[in-house]
Write a protein that binds this ligand. Structure first.
Ligand SMILES: Cc1cc2nc3c(=O)[nH]c(=O)nc-3n(C[C@H](O)[C@H](O)[C@H](O)COP(=O)(O)OP(=O)(O)OC[C@H]3O[C@@H](n4cnc5c(N)ncnc54)[C@H](O)[C@@H]3O)c2cc1C
Length: 409
């Protein structure tokens, strides 16, 4: 078996063999599904257990069982054949396993919850080589922990079964504003988008070139136009462009994936949840920092994601995902030369941090966080430590900021 590189595993038995070999030789394992971890956790380790060969998707009524190596685009395509879908993210090559284990936000999230809220059961290979099925009744504590604590913590997930639902037609929208309107647009967005109907998913992206609001409304084009008219009136800023299109769900999703194209080049990012609105002077400082002291070759971005709706209707202790009281999520991103990029990032983050909940989305891990246990897991951390003690007492699955085994009782 090759050491120091990917081992592609097609079955739970193969995963167990790799774990046994690693334990015999005292080697560390990292687990990989789609390979997109922002903190590189699926690329380190002496051996990478790569589950990408496990890509089968089968549908049975309102459930879909999905191999852990399945990418989002493959999952959506398979479910579309049954006119069904699951609430999950954009990013066609993102792995369903990594996304689900850390939560999973997306355009259906405000109406149907996180991807992990729609998980019915999972199959996991544990550090001792056992393969277990978990759900609300079997290994319920492990099942609780898998829903939102972040990937790679408790074992290697080989299969996930989700509740699936209808794929509703949607109206996509895409509006742009000039840079001078950014403060007003952010101010209006933070009241309108998180407080809107559950069917509304309106993201806001702000760069030095201006503000772009894009997303979907699960309703007709005319209802969407009325809602957006209300937003424009609140913002008091006429958009430079505004496009809406009513589409079948899967076409709307593709449309959106294009709108949300990630910046190219190495990206440095920091993010946080907010449970209250930013005052106008704080928004002005954030935008000043975005547009001021430009550095050649540097691309800066503020990415606002609405929360609320079904995300917040699940009690904080019902799953491991702790961020159930937020209004929105803000991600600051920058590409370019490392030192100046990091300087900009630290300043942008600091300009609003005092207004945040202190919570950080486990799927957007930040290796620089020192209070990471509280930031990712909030009040759920002690229980996660007990689950870790029960299923991985020696901390075989470990990485920077991994959950540490606690007292198992
Ligand atoms: C272009 C892009 C778009 C994105 N869009 C969204 C979005 O719309 N919504 C959203 O919520 N997030 C989004 N994300 C963030 C994404 O959810 C995280 O990066 C996620 O962790 C990626 O999962 P992965 O399987 O692709 O990555 P990986 O790096 O393979 O895995 C991520 C983590 O999960 C662990 N892991 C992976 N597979 C397994 C397994 N089988 N068993 C146990 N642990 C495992 C890894 O060890 C690692 O710690 C996006 C990221 C990118 C790059």
């Amino acid at each position: 078996m090759p050491i120091g590189q990917n081992v592609r595993c097609a079955t739970a038995t193969e995963v167990a063999e790799v774990i046994a070999l690693a334990r015999r030789k005292g080697l560390a394992c990292a687990v990989r599904s789609g390979g997109h971890c922002f903190a590189g956790r699926s690329s380190t380790g002496d051996i990478v257990i790569d589950v990408s060969p496990m890509r089968a998707v089968s549908v049975d009524g309102d459930s879909a069982t999905v191999g852990a190596g399945t990418r989002l685009c493959e999952l959506y395509r398979s479910l579309a054949e049954h006119d069904r879908t699951v609430p999950a993210g954009c990013g066609p090559t993102v792995g369903i396993a990594g996304l689900t284990l850390g939560g999973g936000l997306g355009i259906l999230g405000r109406s149907r919850g996180l991807t992990c809220d729609n998980l019915r059961s999972a199959t996991v290979v544990l550090a001792d080589g056992r393969t277990v099925d978990c759900d609300e009744r079997r290994h319920a504590d492990l099942f609780w922990a898998l829903r939102g604590a972040g990937g790679g913590q408790f074992g290697v997930v080989t299969s996930l079964t989700f509740r699936i639902g209808p794929a509703p037609p949607a109206t996509t929208f895409h509006l742009t504003w000039r840079p001078a309107d950014a403060v007003r647009v952010i101010g209006a967005w933070q009241e309108w988008a998180p407080g809107g109907p559950d069917e509304l998913a309106a993201s806001l992206l702000v760069t030095v070139d201006g503000a772009t609001m894009f997303g979907t409304m699960l309703d007709t084009e005319s209802t969407t136009a009325t809602l957006i008219g209300d937003f424009v009136a609140r913002a008091g800023a006429e958009p430079l462009s505004a496009v809406t299109r009513h589409l079948p769900f899967h076409d709307a999703k593709r449309d959106l994936d294009r709108a949300a194209d990630a910046p190219t080049g190495h990206t440095y990012s920091k993010s946080g949840f907010f449970g209250r609105r930013l005052p106008e002077e704080t928004i002005a400082a954030l935008v000043d920092h975005l547009t001021g002291d430009r550095v050649p070759g540097q691309a800066r971005e503020l990415d606002f994601t609405p929360w609320g709706g079904a995300y917040n209707r699940v009690p904080v202790d019902a799953t491991a995902f702790a961020h159930r009281d937020a209004l929105f999520l803000l991600k600051h991103s920058v590409t370019g030369e490392q030192d100046s990029a990091r300087r900009w990032l630290a300043g942008s983050h600091a300009s609003v941090h005092a207004w945040g909940t202190g919570g950080v989305y486990p799927n957007f891990p930040d290796p620089d966080l020192t209070d990471w246990a509280t930031a990712y897991h909030g009040p759920n951390y002690p229980r996660l430590q007990r689950v870790k003690a029960r299923y991985d007492p020696a901390g075989f699955f470990r990485f920077h900021q991994a959950i540490r085994p606690g007292d198992a009782r």
